[in-house]
Design a binder for this molecule. Structure first.
Ligand SMILES: [Zn+2]
Length: 324
């Protein structure tokens, strides 16, 4: 059975219509791509991505119905956490993360008192900030996955198992810094999440958001079907730097800085999907699997670092904004 035949044999899951543009509220769209679950093969649905003609924001439409979330996030989804990644890749990621946090906090006008990481996984960013002197009692994480929460709590970290929209125990106006990396593209209502994050920041507090960027060469080349940044059907909103900044401004943020980031292995996922499903070359496709081929991942990361150095856009963007 070819990978395409295997995917076609999976169940079709229930869907619900998407809403108006989450960034600007417009309802004029055109289709930019169609993709399937090329990573986990959880369902056979063909998922459509459409771009807002007013602001350039990309949304998936329709979306998986709420009762299908356990299908599209199978147990194996969480097994590719940091623990399962090769030590060299983990070391490199740690270096890149330290540089990223240096860039985020380096521009802050006040020291970080309260810190919140949304989608904190096993809490490595919380640990990093505590090691840099942030008060552990004022450092909190929010995470959905039970195993990740357990792992973070075992390290003595304050982590709430919840969606950010429902984490009622977080105190409004109590954080100087909130980070949310590669989460906003997964939520149904990014507008509501951004409003919620704003309410949790003190006046002048800083929000750092990182998410896939549609306005890049690899999305232009592969966005009709195989672009890794779609992460279909789990990325429901795909921003550009411009549309993300527009969303933040609409919800009372002032944009401080933005930069492109290494693309979270999207380059290799694009190759994987194209070879495995587009060319029916499963072995070659698997060879490009970013978590199984560390040298290739290092090469792709270096390529993205070079793109950033040359002032080019990559498939991920980091925006730092303050509560005005
Ligand atoms: Zn729009």
């Amino acid at each position: 059975m070819s990978p395409g035949e295997y995917l076609a044999a999976q169940p079709r899951i229930a869907t619900v219509p998407s809403r108006a543009c989450a960034v600007c509220g417009a309802q004029s769209w055109h289709e930019v791509g169609q993709a399937q679950d090329f990573e986990y093969a959880t369902c056979s649905n063909d998922w459509t991505f459409r771009v807002c003609e007013r602001c350039g924001h990309v949304q998936m439409d329709p979306l998986p119905a709420p009762e299908t979330l356990r299908v599209i996030y199978p147990d194996s989804y969480y097994s590719y956490r940091m623990e399962s990644i090769h030590p060299i890749a983990r070391w490199a990621k740690h270096r890149l993360d330290r540089a990223k946090f240096g860039w985020i906090t380096g521009g802050m006008r006040m020291p970080v008192g309260g810190y919140l990481d949304v989608g904190c996984g096993d809490g490595r960013y919380l640990q990093m900030m505590i090691e840099q002197g942030v008060d552990s009692a004022r450092t909190h994480g929010v995470e959905l996955d039970a195993a990740a929460v357990e792992s973070a709590r075992a390290k003595g970290l304050n982590v709430i198992q919840s969606r950010i929209e429902e984490a009622g125990e977080l105190l409004p106006g109590s954080y100087d810094l909130i980070t949310m990396f590669h989460v906003i593209e997964h939520v149904e209502r990014p507008d509501e999440v951004v409003a919620r994050l704003r309410s949790l920041l003190r006046s002048g507090g800083v929000l750092a958001l990182e998410t896939p960027n549609f306005d890049c060469a690899d999305a232009r080349l592969a966005g009709r079907r195989y672009w890794g940044g779609y992460h279909t059907p789990r990325h429901w909103h795909v921003f550009t730097s411009t549309s993300l900044q527009q969303l933040l401004r609409r919800h009372g943020f002032q944009i401080e800085r933005a930069r492109y980031q290494t693309g979270h292995a999207f380059l290799l996922w694009t190759l994987h999907h194209w070879l495995k499903y587009g060319k029916n070359r499963p072995a070659l496709g698997e060879w490009c699997h970013p978590l199984k081929n560390v040298p290739l991942l290092a090469l792709a990361t270096s390529f993205d670092l070079l793109r950033i150095l040359l002032g080019r856009k990559t498939s991920a963007v980091l925006v730092v904004a303050s509560r005005s």
